[in-house]
Write a protein that binds this ligand. Structure first.
Ligand SMILES: Nc1ncnc2c1ncn2[C@@H]1O[C@H](COP(=O)(O)OP(=O)(O)O)[C@@H](O)[C@H]1O
Ligand SMILES: [Mg+2]
Length: 311
């Protein structure tokens, strides 16, 4: 893989990506995103946020309206043959031939990458076994359960041993037990082989168990792009709006808390969830700040997650 040995930049880089569908619907409003090589990355968002559109554009299944996308430093509008070879895609919808047999589907896919049949059969065995489908190799794919079909899509995406694996809602229709084993498998792939993995999900817990870095997409915009650890810390905090009895033009600071002043009369402060408001009054009073009221500030992420759960 000479392409990779020379290249140490991001696996995926997206800038100003916009998508307007033919019916005028604006699915992506100009997003920027970067995924490092070796990362396990989640694109999290509610249904209709633009996750599949994003991955569809990256994998060449959907045309973009504006913006730039590069895979391993190669612009997808240019000569990307080499980069495409490094990419494996598991789309959200099953898109294999329902009448073709399981192993044939995987071997046929290898053929698209110019892998000779003999080697393709060896690789298909490796990945069908890894995904618990070897016993089903001679069965027409329509006979598989939903979870098995999903795993067949993964085996097919891995047969040419890509450096970047993209999965769109990989656990949709997969029962809990299989979901766990799929997670373990994907984690090993990421940790042991260093395969970069990007998945979309509308479950925070899924992203939380698997991913190092995360972008949250809502209504075609990236509303957050951070590490999973930082996101979780943020979710454990609550932002309060603190009103004061008089103006404080000198805008005092505190050692223990970071005050974000909105004007001379009011600041925001992030505290651990469950902190008693009465205690806070006292803390501010001791610091010489006279408080008239403390109330919750509506948290954009919180509202978004509540919406996600409702949908
Ligand atoms: N082919 C299409 N034509 C028109 N609108 C579409 C098409 N595909 C998706 N959309 C719309 O674009 C938005 C984003 O869709 P999608 O990327 O599938 O979201 P997600 O994968 O996050 O659920 C949604 O409002 C969806 O209805
Ligand atoms: Mg989708």
């Amino acid at each position: 893989m000479s392409l990779l040995s020379e290249y140490s930049g991001p696996a995926l880089s997206i800038s100003g990506l916009k998508k307007v569908y033919d019916n005028g619907h604006v699915a992506l409003k100009g997003i920027n995103l970067e995924v490092s090589q070796g990362d396990f990355f989640a694109l999290l968002g509610p249904n209709g946020a633009g996750k599949s559109t994003t991955l569809g554009i990256v994998s060449g299944l959907v045309n973009k309206t504006e913006g730039k996308v590069s895979l391993f430093g190669k612009d997808i509008d240019g000569d990307i043959y080499g980069a495409k070879r490094l990419l494996g895609v598991v789309p959200q919808e099953f898109n294999f031939n329902q009448f073709e047999k399981v192993q044939d589907i995987v071997v046929t896919q290898a053929g698209y990458y110019g892998i000779p049949v003999k080697k393709a059969r060896v690789l298909s065995e490796k990945y069908l076994k890894a995904l618990g489908l070897w016993e089903k190799r001679g069965v027409p794919s329509r006979m598989l359960s939903g979870g098995m079909k999903r795993r067949l899509m993964i085996a097919r995406a891995l047969v040419h041993e890509p450096k970047l694996l993209i999965l769109d809602e990989p656990t949709a229709g997969v029962d809990i037990e299989l979901r766990q084993s799929m997670w373990v498998y994907l984690q090993a792939l990421n940790e042991e082989l260093g395969t970069t993995i990007i998945l979309t999900t509308h479950y925070l817990e899924e992203a939380e168990s698997l991913c190092n870095n995360i972008a949250i997409i809502n209504e075609g915009d990236i509303v957050k792009n951070t590490s999973m650890r930082e996101l979780l810390q943020e979710l454990h905090k609550q932002t309060l709006l603190v009103e004061l009895t008089r103006d404080y033009p000198e805008r005092p600071c505190m050692e223990s808390l970071e005050l974000v002043w909105q004007d001379d009369h009011c600041f925001e402060v992030a505290v651990e969830k469950g902190t008693a408001i009465n205690d806070l009054f006292e803390v501010f009073n001791k610091a010489g700040i006279s408080v008239s009221g403390i109330g919750p500030k509506s948290n954009r992420l919180e509202t978004l997650f509540v919406d996600m759960v409702r949908k």
